[in-house]
Ligand binder design. Sequence first.
Ligand code: ATP
Ligand code: MG
Length: 264
Amino acid sequence: MSKSKNLDSAESVTMIYSVANQKGGVGKTTTVISLAALIAARQKRVLIIDADPQANATSSLGVNMAANGYSLYDVLVNKQPLTKAITRTRRDNLDLVPTTTDLAAAEVEMVQFLARELTLKKALQAIIGQYDFIFIDTPPSLGLLTINALTASAGVIIPVQTEYLALEGLSQLMNTLNLVRENLNPELKLTGVLMTMFDSRTNLATDVVKEVRAHFPELTFQAVIPRNVRLSEAPSHGEDILAYAPTSSGCLAYQAAVDELLQR
Ligand SMILES: Nc1ncnc2c1ncn2[C@@H]1O[C@H](COP(=O)(O)OP(=O)(O)OP(=O)(O)O)[C@@H](O)[C@H]1O
Ligand SMILES: [Mg+2]
């Protein structure tokens, strides 16, 4: 148990969210880092798990590798305790389980495990209660790493890029969520659909927003994340958007998304 917190927060439940969409480059990692950083800045204890072998969340936070040499690969494949792989970040209240490209092999190596879909969920059991929020960044695929993330989560946040064919592929993702619910994690909720990279100058983007809202009327976040160059610059400085550009349109939009998420 965390000693630094009062009883109230020590007793709080840990909310675990996967950020998932098998489409590449829709803003999953940016969403994970931004939501996690902004919630940590609101004095919640937050952990990011980088479950994507591209390791973009890890490098975006300016973490080269696991500080102590351990990464998610060691947890999933070598059955090391998750606590060993937790690394602090520059931001208070924000920790990270980093990843290296080794994780790509995990997807293959885990196939032989009994209950392989439950590997991450089991590893997380040791730290439940030590964080208020856990965000899991997932790869652009519906493979075993994403299934592990969904199985370990209470909710899934789906970033959708406001571009042509935005909804393409979402029915496949919905099928996967249903399969996970039926077979592995009945509690899994679709927490929300978050529209990203919105360009207000184009009619297309406005039409896509309408289309997505029509498709997921209750579930689409009111907040829409604009296309904002600050969001794409921040990772190269190893900073989250709050540290890099707190008054940028991107940061303000993610703040609004956090307000909604904390109410859901
Ligand atoms: N709102 C935004 N405005 C401008 N650039 C953005 C925005 N969101 C993300 N980006 C940039 O777009 C690229 C893709 O975003 P990101 O890496 O978050 O997507 P992803 O879904 O995690 O990708 P992958 O599927 O490869 O993991 C990155 O270069 C990122 O910096
Ligand atoms: Mg990513």
